[in-house]
Design a binder for this molecule. Structure first.
Ligand SMILES: NC(=O)c1ccc[n+]([C@@H]2O[C@H](COP(=O)([O-])OP(=O)(O)OC[C@H]3O[C@@H](n4cnc5c(N)ncnc54)[C@H](O)[C@@H]3O)[C@@H](O)[C@H]2O)c1
Length: 362
């Protein structure tokens, strides 16, 4: 008789908004079984599991109870930012691999603690940056990895929403801890850093503003807006003599934060800002700037294979995690990289508070 292949037994911690995208992805995989869910709001995990037809799965009101289950192999952690580090460390120490939503966590110290527990337990955390699976974002990395740009010395990157303050738990400091920078801002950082091979950041000069979120004339939930930022900008010096010029927006009196640009010694790559007001980390069209044999600059649009549909990217990210759990146990989007992303966010917050450039201690 043919042996039935063991399914990956998964629990979902935090069953709010984005947990639904995780659930939709898992639902498509025959080799995954959702066995539990946890949410601190009574009844929320049960309702979520039932909504997806997982009526046999167990519902809990704490992540500790779910993590204590010995028969769970892996978890998706879909809690708000202030509840990333605690549940991730609990899951790792309970012997589970972790798909953790972005941003990695809130502070650099938390990030270092997660990395230390990963090393100690031998289990891994993969961080949920699905734009990496977009065709355009992959193409940017492919072009840069080909070496055509020469040495990259300056990167301009930014993601912008025009009027896109998300509301919900994203604007409550006790839950989200950081605003725009922790929400869409970490995507821009991952795009820039991953494209150029995640150089170690050295210093940051950053500024965060909240001219829209805290103003009742501009934002209807201003009384609930307790995070510090709806816009951020930073200059980030990295190893390899490269500087990243960064901006992120939830709201602005501007149509876009601009195209992303990679300046190299042999050529330059422009990545058009995606059109529309809700930016999710995706990249637009690519144009390569390079001199011809007569020294005249040419602008060549780059063909992209595949499409850039968000739902596919999300499913790719969850699939890559499942494959790693069942296979080589190597995180598709590892904390060794995202630690640098978190270090920059931490640096922007510190620089904003003290009003000058800060060094990054890694
Ligand atoms: N990758 C993406 O495209 C994407 C999109 C949206 C949100 N996110 C990220 O997902 C996270 C959650 O966002 P959301 O919009 O789903 O928030 P949400 O507030 O809708 O859901 C979070 C849920 O976690 C629960 N929770 C909090 N602490 C918990 C704990 N210790 N144990 C169990 N449950 C707990 C809350 O009760 C809530 O139901 C955020 O970090 C956000 O940045 C990612």
């Amino acid at each position: 008789m043919a042996e039935t292949k063991k399914k990956l037994r998964v629990g979902i911690i935090g069953t709010g908004g984005i947990a639904h995208a995780h659930a939709r992805a898992y639902k498509n995989f025959d080799d995954v079984e959702i066995v539990a869910g946890a949410d601190i709001i009574p009844g929320k995990a049960r309702a979520f599991l039932d909504e997806f037809g997982w009526t046999e799965a167990d519902a809990y009101e704490t992540h500790e109870e779910l993590c204590a289950r010995k028969d769970i192999d892996a978890v998706s952690i879909c809690t708000y930012n202030s509840q990333h580090a605690g549940p991730a460390i609990c899951a790792l120490t309970s012997g589970k691999d972790v798909l953790l939503e972005k941003p990695l966590c809130v502070t650099l110290d938390e990030a270092k603690a997660i990395v230390a527990v990963e090393k100690a337990t031998g289990h891994f955390v993969s961080v949920g940056f699905q734009p990496r699976y977009g065709a355009n974002v992959k193409k940017v990395k492919e072009v840069i990895d080909s070496g055509v740009l020469g040495q990259i010395y300056y990167v301009v990157v930014g993601g912008g929403r025009v009027k896109g303050i998300p509301g919900h738990t994203f604007i409550e400091k006790d839950k989200a801890a950081v605003g725009c920078v922790g929400d869409i801002g970490c995507y821009g950082l991952d795009f820039a850093l991953n494209s150029i091979g995640y150089p170690k950041p050295l210093t940051v000069s950053g500024k965060m503003t909240a001219h829209f979120g805290k103003n009742p004339d501009k934002y209807k939930e201003a009384d609930r807006f307790t995070v510090d930022d709806d816009f951020a900008m930073a200059m980030i010096r990295c190893e390899g003599d490269v500087v990243i010029d960064y901006r992120a927006s939830w709201a602005m009196n501007m149509d876009t934060t601009g195209d992303s640009m990679f300046f190299g010694t042999d050529a330059g790559l422009k990545v058009k800002a995606p059109v529309g007001c809700c930016w999710d980390g995706a990249a637009g069209d690519l144009i390569l700037y390079k001199d011809d044999e007569n020294g005249q600059q040419t602008a060549t649009p780059i063909e992209i294979d595949g499409n850039n549909v968000k739902t596919n990217m999300f499913e790719c990210k969850v699939r890559a995690f499942v494959d790693a759990c069942m296979g080589d146990k190597v995180a598709p989007i590892p904390t060794s990289q995202i630690l640098y992303n978190q270090a920059i966010i931490d640096g922007i917050i510190r620089s904003n508070a003290c009003g000058h450039e800060v060094t990054i201690d890694l």
